[in-house]
Design a protein around this ligand. Structure first.
Ligand code: 13P
Length: 253
């Protein structure tokens, strides 16, 4: 089944609101002409969401956030709810990015709650999974990724599963310049597709599975030519409009 490719930039903790506005303007100028054939989004820091949303208004480039809390409101100092993100103009939100899991203690259960809260607020979650280097080297990649996918999606019906995206980001490939080979990515993506078929037989073929981890203009096309690699979640290279656009072009070829 033909799935429209999806390229999302994760700006992580880069760019003030003023800087983000400039980057968003550059991304819009370069990527908007391609954004009909590929779904495109950027996820700036919380403080830049309104500024970037204003800069992208009327374009086909979507706005995303990098994290959320699962409660609608309450005494949760430092947290932001799904409804707040929706009001800020977000269509997408990352759930369970490996930096959240590794540095801020996001558990499988937290990722499940975040994913559910995002869906309930009408946001499109991008559920991130991926193994560490020791896990890969001990042959546990599919076990770890499978556990993360099943945990994040547990309790969700087929319609909900059809309304989200999964991102496979091997931890050892993030920010290291080491990309998974196209074959390594495809192997894990196919396994994730198998789990989705198990959980939601009618919806699995429509779910996009993105690859993330040192995606650059020169490796994007090969990665995205794999049958189950439906796009890219891009960190460092999304901070340069020309590189981000080069990656989007790789999705069209
Ligand atoms: P890099 O593209 O910088 O490796 O980051 C990947 C990532 O974590 C995207 O979410």
């Amino acid at each position: 089944m033909a799935r429209k490719k999806f390229v999302c930039g994760n700006w992580k903790m880069h760019r003030t609101a003023a800087e983000a506005r400039t980057l968003a303007r550059e991304v819009r100028a370069a990527a908007e002409p391609l954004a009909g054939r590929v779904d495109v989004a950027v996820a700036p820091p919380f403080t830049a969401l309104f500024a970037v949303g204003a800069e992208l208004a009327g374009s086909r480039i979507g706005l995303g956030a990098q994290n959320l809390h699962w409660e609608a409101q309450g005494a949760f100092t430092g947290e932001v709810s799904a409804h707040m993100l929706a009001e800020a103009g977000c269509r997408y939100v990352l759930c369970g990015h490996s930096e959240r899991r590794q540095l801020f203690g996001d558990t499988d259960e937290a990722v499940r709650k975040k994913t559910g809260a995002a869906l309930a607020a009408g946001l499109h979650p991008i559920v991130c999974v991926g193994e560490t280097l020791p896990e890969r080297e001990s042959g546990r990649t599919l076990e770890v990724v499978g556990r993360q996918v099943r945990a994040a999606l547990s309790g969700l019906g087929p319609d909900s599963i059809g309304g989200l995206t999964v991102a496979y980001e091997p931890v050892w490939a993030i920010g290291t310049g080491k990309t998974a080979s196209a074959a390594q990515a495809q192997e894990v993506h196919a396994a994730i597709r198998g789990i989705l078929k198990d959980l939601a037989p009618g919806a699995a073929d429509a779910v996009r599975i993105l690859y993330g981890g040192s995606v650059k203009p020169d490796n994007a096309a090969e990665l995205m030519s794999q049958p189950d690699v439906d796009g890219a979640l891009v960190g460092g290279a999304s901070l340069k409009a020309i590189d981000f656009t080069g990656i989007i072009q790789g999705a069209i070829r």
